[in-house]
Design a protein around this ligand. Structure first.
Ligand code: KG4
Length: 339
């Protein structure tokens, strides 16, 4: 019997709805919120208001693009957390209302697990690109930088994580001090392609285990700008591409160093990357390079499944549905949690 899941994602500033049937994506609609650009970061109150405006049209489009009526849905999967409380409440409340009216079950999804399970979204029924267990997943986004050991669809263990800032945050904050706009990650990536990654040296952390730290890099980046701007007020403008290339190279070096150590220690050669920062072309190249040098089988998601999207929520919901684990109507969102 086929299983059709509607996924709803509203944890931060993207309103998204997707339909997945038997693991195959039929639609994945994302409405971004340009309103935050003027503020250089996500404004939580504005995000929840925008979710309220977007959610009905986005779900409507997802169903239409999938070519199904809502009566064909078997369950509704929604992001319960972590994320911004007001934003999560919009998706959660919508999921409750729709599931009650259609008399179908609801499935709560952990946003971080969803990023990892994005690797199991099939683009076509005969798509066989999915990772096999166990594998390591580097989850890098605006709020998280983690190395996760994945032993099953719902069997994940965080073996390393950032003790301060996330990798995406490092990109965004450094971009902000250069006056590059928000979100900074994609802009840094674009400029880095034209710059010299060895032009500047920024500090790298020395912390134990498989953990990350990006606050030292951020401070070292800031001090470099401060010192060089004293000598030349046009320093940033003249060196933008080299600054971005050097920043990106340092972030990638930090990320890959610990990931490689974890892969070697645990003797796991199946390695995936997930989360918004996995859109970074330099990081993707580093994965390909490691595949060649260390015999890794790598899994890099298509760009559409890197940043926040509902297809990853729906696939997570699909595997939970197969276990018949449903969520009660009195479920409330949670803003912070690890996997
Ligand atoms: O996963 P995501 O969409 O949202 C959450 O944080 O949950 O990730 C957003 C982060 C932002 O920090 C953004 O700057 C970063 O991903 N990002 C990138 C790139 N595209 C998005 N960072 C570096 N290079 C990119 N191409």
């Amino acid at each position: 019997m086929s299983v059709t899941i509607l996924g709803i994602e509203s944890s931060c500033d993207d309103t998204s709805a997707a339909v997945i049937r038997d693991g195959v994506v039929l639609s994945n609609i994302i409405a971004a919120q340009a309103v935050h650009e003027a503020y250089g970061g996500v404004v939580p109150e504005l995000a929840s208001r925008a979710h309220q405006q977007h959610i009905i049209p986005v779900v409507d489009r997802a169903l239409k693009q999938a070519g199904i009526d809502k009566a064909a849905l078997d369950a509704i999967a929604f992001t319960r957390g972590p994320g911004l409380m007001g934003s999560l409440l919009v998706g959660t409340s919508f999921a409750k209302g729709l599931s009650a009216s259609l008399e179908i079950p609801m499935i709560d999804v952990n946003h971080l697990q969803a990023h990892v399970l994005a690797h199991f979204i099939k683009q076509t029924p005969d798509d066989t690109q999915q990772p096999s267990f166990p594998f390591l997943c580097l989850l890098v986004s605006g709020g998280n930088s983690q190395i996760i050991r994945v032993d099953g669809y719902h069997d994940m263990q965080v073996i390393g994580q950032t003790i301060d800032d996330a990798a995406g945050e490092a990109f965004d904050k450094c971009a902000k001090v250069m006056g590059l706009g928000y979100p900074g990650g994609p802009i840094v990536n674009r400029l880095a392609n034209e710059g010299n990654p060895e032009a500047f040296t920024f500090s790298k952390p020395h912390i134990p285990d498989y953990n990350y730290s990006f606050s030292g890099l951020k401070t070292s980046f800031l001090y470099t700008l401060r010192d060089r701007l004293k000598e030349d007020p046009g320093f940033i403008e003249k060196n933008k591409a080299d600054l971005c290339a050097s920043l990106q190279a340092t972030v990638i070096h930090i990320l890959m160093d610990k990931l490689r150590k974890a892969a070697m220690d645990l003797n796991i050669k199946e390695v995936a990357v997930a989360g918004g920062v996995s859109a970074n072309t330099g990081l993707r190249d580093a994965f390909r390079d490691h595949a060649g040098r260390y015999g890794w089988t790598i899994h890099i998601p298509p760009f559409a499944f890197t940043t926040d999207n509902a297809a990853m929520v729906a696939i997570c919901g699909y595997y939970t549905y197969l276990n018949k684990e449903f969520c009660p109507m009195d479920a409330v969102p949670f803003s912070r949690v690890v996997i």
